[in-house]
Design a protein. Structure first.
Length: 553
């Protein structure tokens, strides 16, 4: 236990154990605040266990879980209320103490503590609180106040930042706002390789502030509602932004609660997912530690982001067990809610060779509906050819879950949405079908393409060009062909590079003599592992449109 004193009445620490609680009580600590969500790592004790130990010793305790890098104003308010009301001395903890001391800094700064005092307290405890001080110093509009921009971009993910950069590349000096409250930005295609023991999680993470294009105003808030008939967006701080044109690129919602029992057991009991930054390392821990037993991999109904990711986890896991000589003792089961291994038939033969190599069993038309981590059991809704369903179950020693996915709630309830909840666009121009000054790209819109970072890379310059064309600043209209890429990591060192567009049409980036995407190749592995990450960070997000410059008609 490494306690770091911030003041006489407040200290922070890394993750506590149950035994630590008794030691803290003996030292005179009277209250505990947990700022870490359950299930961030496999060796993390549950908050309920900490709470029970604390209450036996007469300590007050509460949980204010915060996802790393995503401290919201609501989180700060909850922390401030707890801090003000709970007996002192008080200790707050998370994985490293960073979230806890930043919550304290934001609360105290909001109540008038000088920035110099906040920085000094952080330095004495071994923490850099400069980001918190910057956030406190940022000017926030009063409730109800409105700001106007030429272009408002909702979402600072891959699509949003790339579009802003592509706009500025074509027309420097545009008044652009990026709306996103996340403090961290992630290269999500790298999480599969984290789960396969190839990348470290920090390889996939950057501070959001370092990626916002120069000249773009970053509004650290989230869209709360849309009024496209008035060209305005209400934010979650009750301010509004108005626009001449808007781009919606706010991603996709991972519906972890759509599977009964899943949220409660993620990150422990052998239950993991490469679809979350904090869980991908647990995938590798499970895979590298499994010597025998049953390994289950699941895929929900479409659409999902990176449709190949669920089976990539299977292939990299199978490859590790093959290389370490334990594959013969591991039963690999793939449960897919769909009816085929991969939606573009040209890639299936190569993938099937690896299914056979790893002796994996394919279970189609099986949708995961419930998980009980403690009992190591998963339940599926199985559909037959006539559409009749029954519930079947399986045991597991580890299970990699891909959660069901849907458009964000704020989009689903907005005038921008189609009947299924996605932003309703023309699939070629990416312009909204009803609101002519709105465009969308990435996972949130309804064009029938694969939801991948490679798709957003192709879409961003098209949206930028078409916005400027609408402004009369460029000629012609650029069209999107549905391009998406899915590098299927079938083993460590080889990848089947699936590249295709609308209708499953193959759209390879390289001639077949150089790289045949329908076959596993070492070159595709090098592209995925060594070339695509720097292309993402230093090319795509900076507005460099290598191989994706639009060709307007």
């Amino acid at each position: 236990m490494n306690i770091k004193s911030v003041s006489e009445e407040f200290s922070v620490s890394e993750q506590l154990s149950v035994a630590d609680v008794e030691a803290l009580a003996a030292q005179g600590v009277k209250s505990l605040i947990c700022n870490r969500p359950d299930g961030e790592s496999g060796d993390q004790p549950a908050f309920a266990d900490i709470e029970a130990a604390a209450k036996k010793l007469g300590l007050e305790v509460c949980s204010i879980p915060v996802v790393s890098g995503q401290i919201s104003d609501q989180d700060v308010a909850k922390f401030g209320q707890a801090f003000a009301s709970m007996p002192k001395p008080l200790l707050a903890y998370c994985r490293t103490g960073t979230r806890s001391i930043n919550l304290w800094a934001l609360d105290q700064g909001g109540k008038g503590m000088p920035a110099s005092a906040i920085m000094a307290a952080g330095q004495s405890a071994g923490y850099d609180l400069s980001d918190a001080v910057k956030r406190l110093g940022a000017t926030k509009p009063a409730a109800g106040k409105s700001r106007h921009f030429e272009v408002v971009i909702i979402g600072a993910g891959a699509g949003g930042i790339s579009t802003a950069s592509s706009l500025l590349k074509r027309r420097p000096g545009m008044k652009i706002a990026l709306v996103d409250k996340a403090q961290k930005h992630y290269y999500q295609p790298g999480w599969t390789l984290v789960g396969g023991g190839v990348f470290q999680p920090q390889d996939t993470e950057r501070d959001m502030a370092s990626l916002i294009p120069r000249g773009v105003e970053w509004i650290q808030s989230a869209a709360q509602s849309f009024a496209p008939e008035n060209n305005s967006v209400t934010l979650d701080d009750d301010s509004t932004v108005t626009y001449d044109r808007m781009v919606v690129a706010c991603g996709i919602k991972l519906n972890w609660d759509g599977i009964e029992g899943l949220s409660e057991t993620l990150g422990r009991n052998g239950v993991t997912s490469n679809y979350r930054y904090d869980l991908a390392p647990y995938t590798w821990k499970l895979v590298s530690g499994l010597r025998s037993g049953k390994a289950v991999f699941t895929q929900p109904p479409m659409p999902i982001k990176c449709a190949g990711a669920p089976q990539k986890a299977l292939y990299l896991s199978g490859d590790h067990w093959y290389r370490t000589g334990v594959l013969k003792d591991i039963d690999i089961q793939f449960y897919n809610a769909g009816g085929v291994l991969f939606g573009v038939k040209e890639y299936v033969p190569a993938l099937m060779k690896y299914i056979e190599k790893y002796n994996a069993t394919l279970n189609f038309s099986h949708k995961l509906i419930r998980v009980d981590g403690e009992k190591k059991t998963a339940w599926f809704e199985k559909a037959d050819a006539e559409g009749k369903t029954e519930v079947v179950s399986t045991d597991f020693d580890m299970i990699h879950v891909c959660p069901p996915q849907q458009a964000p709630d704020v989009i689903r309830s907005s005038p921008l949405a189609d009947a299924a909840g996605w932003v309703d666009v023309d699939q070629e121009t990416l312009r909204h079908k009803k609101y002519a000054n709105v465009w969308s790209l990435g996972d949130v819109m309804n064009a029938p393409n694969a939801k991948t970072a490679a798709a957003a890379r192709k879409q961003a310059p098209i949206v930028a060009h078409n916005i400027l064309s609408d402004m009369g600043a460029s000629r012609g209209v650029a069209h999107y062909d549905g391009y998406g890429s899915c590098p299927l990591t079938v083993e460590r060192g080889k990848i089947v590079l699936a590249e295709f567009g609308f209708g499953g049409k193959l759209i390879p980036s390289f001639p077949s003599w150089m790289l045949d995407g329908t076959q596993p190749t070492r070159l595709a592995w090098i592209l995925k592992k060594d070339m695509l990450p720097p292309i993402y960070w230093h090319g795509m997000l900076k507005g460099h449109e290598w191989l994706v410059t639009p060709q307007p008609k």
